[in-house]
Design a protein around this ligand. Sequence first.
Ligand SMILES: Cc1cc2nc3c(=O)[nH]c(=O)nc-3n(C[C@H](O)[C@H](O)[C@H](O)COP(=O)(O)OP(=O)(O)OC[C@H]3O[C@@H](n4cnc5c(N)ncnc54)[C@H](O)[C@@H]3O)c2cc1C
Length: 622
Amino acid sequence: MSFLNAFVASPGAPVVSPAAPLAIAPSTARPSAPNGNFATAATGAVAGAVVAAAAGRRRERKRCNRCNVKRQVTVVSEAGTQAGERPKEGKPLKVIVAGGGVGGLTCAFSMLKQGWDVRVFEKTGKFARFGGPIQFASNATSTLKAIDECLFERVMQKFTVTATRRCGIKDGLRSNGEFRMTDVLNPSYFLDPEAPADWFISFPLKECADFFNLPYTGVINRPDLQDILLDECKAQKEDFITNGVSVVGYENHDKGVTVKLSDGTTEEADILVGADGIWSAVRAQMYNEGKVKEGKVKERSKDGNSIQGCRYSGYTVFAGETVLEVPDYYECGYKVYIGPQRYFVTSDVGDGRIQWYAFCALPPGTHKAGDTWAGEGADAKEGADVISYLKGLHEGWSSEVFYVLDNTDAESVEQRDLYDRWPEFFRSWADGNVVLMGDAVHPMMPNLGQGGCQAIEDAYELTRILSANKTYAEDFDPKVTAEALENFYKSRMPRVAGISLLSGLASDLIINAFGTPWSPHDDKGTDWRSYLTLGWKPFLQFIFFPLQFLFLYSNHPSGGMGDLPQRMKEEWEKRHKKSAEAAFAAKRLGKPTRHWQQGGGASLLISTNGIDSIHLGLEAHK
Ligand SMILES: Cc1cc2nc3c(=O)[nH]c(=O)nc-3n(C[C@H](O)[C@H](O)[C@H](O)COP(=O)(O)OP(=O)(O)OC[C@H]3O[C@@H](n4cnc5c(N)ncnc54)[C@H](O)[C@@H]3O)c2cc1C
């Protein structure tokens, strides 16, 4: 049974609300504020047809979906008019989106669903199926559902849930290699030298999602996400995207905006959305950050520590992926091993795979592995060297870390220097009829896994605010549209700034103020950080992390979903076990198991015609 089907069939499903936030395009009324009943609104009017169709006829299903939306619009427009006096529909908003990453594609899709005339220009020449998993927290899955039921369902079908299992912080030095699931709050740790002390904090991810009745946080492979987004957009407008052409500039005027492209041509639009990632050409012009040449602006500051207004965060990250049957595979979502000057994260990413990240406080440019995120894969030698290098950096750490490193294929290792920016509190994200979203205006550290989630929230909110300004019978007024873009900045800035600051704080705190917790039984943690870390434990476990995750999940435009999350989890568990067992069995038989190997590399967008290659969500940080 599909998730959606399961939901609609549920006797406990919430009551159908009359209006879905993004379901009815041109309305004279501002769409109702996101509320707990939205999920059912989309299903009530739209999903009946969706559920009825067979799985193999997905495109057909979507047509039904759109037909229903159109029928609703007609009812809205005809209300209050006499027969024969129906007003002429205004022109659809013409939108150009710079960038086809997570944010740009989601934005394009939610706007296409409104019936708007949307075109995406993507710098990279061609999409390809490369790239590792991306975490979507409950706030993002809720937003996807508010944008579109089919989109949500398709993402959920490819999802690996992490939050329903133990996720949290482990002691990078004292975890003893048994991958134990010990009690985080066991006080016998102080008295009994044999009492396990490896789990430091357990994140209340499930509890916080249950508080709002949201689907649980998990991961999806970037290529799967990209396929789904492209497919959904194409179902709305086949030729919505042009690859291999960058946006290089713009000019506001009283009728909208002229968009300048890298092929020397220009396009007229009502709105330009700059979703062109951390090295945004649109932002470069808006904030006067340097000259744009062929969609690239990378002016380095005099001290060399920042590029185009983005500072080097102080951290470089190494990542790898392996199929590995660790003893706690089914019991753990993700583990953050903390230790001096660095931390090491492992996460179940489905199909028996573990993805790991090593976050190290190192100067920029310590390239030990290729940046396959940017299209340059490491060769076997580079990879092997980087594994020995990382093992050297983690000398004295838990054998759990070494077990994962030793079992990783050398070529899968990638490295990236991490850049971020201060939140834009005071400078508007909008300039006339041009607006920035996603990493273009708020790139953030990946510690909370929220960069892509916030880009999705931006896409939803931008569409919602713009659609509120449109009446059925009127064209968009450029002045009103510009005001709407300004309102978008005001509405999104406080939340995004908070999350961006929390993300930065997480890495700075873990690396600079966290140490191996003090223990009366050994001398592994003896400096001020160790005492502080131990002292913080109850505050972090009972106050900080619950508040942090409640804050993250507090934006959930789908509203609560009744018992759907629980039923989705049960269905997912069966799929997860089956695919993991198949991968473990294949590995035992020596068959190839690696996704990245099957895809051919770790980049979603492959280089063509000498244009940079990147993958969804990870534009080259070089
Ligand atoms: C190591 C790491 C792990 C991460 N993990 C997570 C995670 O688990 N969860 C999460 O939510 N986020 C995560 N993020 C962050 C997330 O990847 C980004 O925040 C997100 O992808 C931003 O989406 P975007 O669409 O704004 O930008 P991008 O995804 O960078 O897309 C920008 C697009 O614009 C194109 N482009 C660039 N310039 C131009 C131009 N001038 N004209 C036209 N096109 C252009 C690029 O080719 C690209 O396709 C992680 C980041 C890193 C570095």
